[in-house]
Design a protein around this ligand. Structure first.
Ligand code: TEU
Ligand code: CA
Length: 645
């Protein structure tokens, strides 16, 4: 096994899975084209030469952290040849529901399980095979359910366990499956485990979390990461939270520090505790026994934290604006923990798993979800959601040519033992149409183009509620319209820095609330979501694009999605077929062939808002679906089509 160091050549670093994905991220952050990784000249450079060029930015401390992270991983991905094996979850269209905002059945302004049950026929009509529900467990809702206080109970806002059991029955009747969101990196501070851990130093639960004695914790002060509420004490290390500020919360009565990578009320779990892992297996069994088909595992790549919770590297911290990430993004025991869940819980039920893995790219994903690895089935990674040089908070036009090259890169580099998740939206991101082009005139065409790009690639398609209606970002008027803890903390920090206006612009570009507003059903008050004022409100541009109107219009975005789902069901070549892009260099032009047995397909699209010349002339074959009624030689703005050859 090669041991990587600053004397290694970039080529060897890029051939290492963690090295590859970290360098990819780095280039994205620097606003550089990640295709540079393939450059032979660059590959020959030694890392220390590159570091010298960075004017001391990539100092020795940085290199120590970086190579430490790389050298933890001893395995290398294998790419198998041939056809992929078949599986229900590869063919399925999986639809994510944000339960608070889907349908309110009891007029309290909050969506609920009965609301979902009432709408199952609409989802069936669209053609979805499985639902993924964002968390519905008991929770004080500091982070809308991603802070669980009881894994064995249903949130009272959402209904009862009887409602849940009924949902399972109603789904089965319709031949649909259920995938639960499972949050195992942290619990709510109101979870009984945490309460006991805090109160009782002798309790075994104390070891379920990262609780540190204030008296014994180091007292070096870090100016960069002030902790808000603890007088002159300093936190055990300099790690910062994804929701701003120190990742440590001080509990003055107990004189303890508790680690939270997310909000102050989301306390990180210590997977080193065997008793905790036993509890987790029990939770998984509980839901699997009820008949759920699998799990979406929230930030699952963060569960293995470096022993001793060492200081985060300053350079990495400054670069990412999060300190400490290298100590948990791909921890030493991650594979072991995933395998334990696989053998003890998932395999006995043949359950499906998709791990949400921020910071993980293509090569690391192969190690987490390669068929031969015994870890998970699929990974959500996020390198395609922003263009190089931009973050979610930036107001910019997303260039779909970046997506094209990203997809080429992914699809060509995966073996038949790998499978990718295909998605543009979820509850953590603004709407994709708005990112690409907010011009209302192109909204429908663009919605259809994005749909076709998703459904014509090799992978599993995940839709987020409202995407099938072509919903766009909300026109929030002020911070009074915003509910999300991340946005609220972010804005507060901007105000404290004196950047109030910038803060508001950032919220308008990147707030997670854009995707969390009520689903528009019909022309009733509040678009039929609820008879009363909902917990968060949507704008008229989304309310008027409701499902009812779209079902009545054969040309709607909804019908386009419905047709695509149906086509995929009848043309397995679009699911499993081999992918070959052509005319890759032609800007704004997307063209690829899919081959599966004796079936062949051609997919063609214009990624821009201007007409472009068809470089191939009029394609042969039978047109299966198109966004426009096709014209010769010219592709209309955002035109896209699939042909069977
Ligand atoms: O998200 C994890 C995550 O890192 C992000 O997508 C996050 O929303 C954002 O980057 C923060 O800067 C998952 C859930 O999807 C999200 O809703 C939760 O808030 C988070 O975990 C904590 O459970
Ligand atoms: Ca309700």
């Amino acid at each position: 096994m090669v041991h990587l160091s600053k004397n290694s050549r970039l080529g060897d670093i890029i051939d290492h899975p963690v090295g590859h994905d970290m360098c990819y991220r780095l280039l994205l952050m620097l606003g550089l084209n990640p295709l540079l990784l393939k450059n032979p000249l660059l590959r020959r450079l030694r890392f220390r030469t590159l570091a010298k060029l960075s004017h001391g930015q990539l100092d020795d401390a940085f290199m120590d952290s970086f190579f430490h992270l790389l050298n933890i991983e001893k395995d290398r991905p294998v790419n198998k040849m041939g056809e992929p094996t078949t599986a229900w979850w590869k063919e399925a269209t999986i639809y994510q529901i944000y339960p608070r905002s889907f349908c309110d059945s009891n007029a309290d302004g909050i969506g609920d399980l009965r609301g979902i049950i009432n709408k199952l026929d609409d989802l069936k009509a669209l053609g979805v095979d499985a639902l993924w529900l964002s968390p519905i467990y008991r929770s004080p809702d500091d982070d809308n359910g991603y802070d669980i206080s009881d894994y064995y109970d249903i949130h009272e806002d959402f209904g009862t366990m009887d409602d849940f059991d009924e949902l399972i029955v109603e789904l089965e009747k319709r031949d649909m499956r259920l995938i639960m969101d499972m949050v195992l990196n942290h619990t709510s501070d109101e979870h009984a485990w945490f309460q006991e851990a805090l109160r009782d130093p002798k309790s075994p639960k104390r070891n379920y979390y990262f609780l540190r004695d204030a008296a014994s914790s180091k007292s070096v002060k870090s100016e960069d990461t002030p902790s808000q509420e603890c007088g002159d004490l300093s936190p055990p290390n300099n790690w910062t939270s994804f929701f701003r500020g120190s990742a440590w919360r001080y509990f003055p009565e107990e004189e303890l520090w508790g680690l939270h990578l997310f909000s102050k009320k989301q306390m990180d779990l210590n997977w080193e505790s065997e008793a905790l892992r036993d509890e987790i297996m029990e939770i998984l069994h509980f839901w699997l026994k009820k008949g759920v088909s699998g799990f979406r595992l929230d930030v699952i790549n963060y569960i293995s934290k470096a022993e001793g919770l060492p200081e985060g590297n300053e350079t990495i911290g400054a670069m990412l604006s999060f300190y400490g990430i290298e100590h948990y993004v791909f921890g030493a025991k991650l594979h072991e923990h995933l395998r334990e869940m696989q053998t003890r819980a998932f395999t006995p039920y043949r359950a499906f798993t998709v791990g949400e893995c921020p910071g993980v790219g293509r090569e690391m994903s192969k190690l987490l979800a390669g068929e031969e690895r015994g870890e998970m089935d699929l990974v959500f990674s996020f390198d395609h959601l922003e263009n190089p040089g931009f973050t979610r908070w930036d107001d910019y036009r997303y260039d779909l040519d970046y997506y094209k090259h990203y997809m080429i890169n992914e699809q060509e580099a995966l073996g038949s033992n790998h499978w990718m998740s295909l998605f543009f939206e979820n509850h953590d991101n603004p709407r994709m149409i708005s990112k690409v082009n907010p011009d209302p005139h192109v909204r429908e065409q663009l919605g259809k183009l994005l749909a076709l790009l998703l459904f014509s690639m090799r992978g599993t398609v995940f839709l987020y509620q409202g995407q099938e209606l072509g919903l766009i970002n909300e026109d929030f008027r002020s911070m009074d319209d915003i509910r999300d803890v991340e946005s609220l903390n972010y804005y507060r920090e901007k105000v404290a820095e004196g950047n109030e206006d910038q803060g508001w612009r950032d919220i308008l570009a990147g707030s997670r609330d854009h995707a969390r507003t009520p689903y528009p059903w019909d022309d009733q008050p509040h678009a039929g979501f609820s008879p009363v004022t909902p917990w968060i409100e949507s704008s008229s541009s989304n309310r008027s694009n409701h499902l009812n109107a779209q079902r009545a219009d054969d040309n709607s975005v909804w019908h386009f999605y419905r047709k695509l789902i149906d086509i995929r069901r009848h043309h397995k070549g679009l699911v499993y077929g081999d992918v070959k892009f052509v005319k890759k260099k032609k800007r704004h032009y997307w063209a690829c062939y899919r081959t599966y047995g004796d079936k062949r397909y051609f997919i063609e699209a214009n990624l821009s808002d201007k007409p472009i010349k068809r470089p191939t002339g009029n394609p042969e074959g039978r047109l299966i679906i198109s966004t426009h009624s096709s014209q010769k030689n010219l592709l209309q703005p955002y035109e896209a089509a699939i042909y069977e050859l």
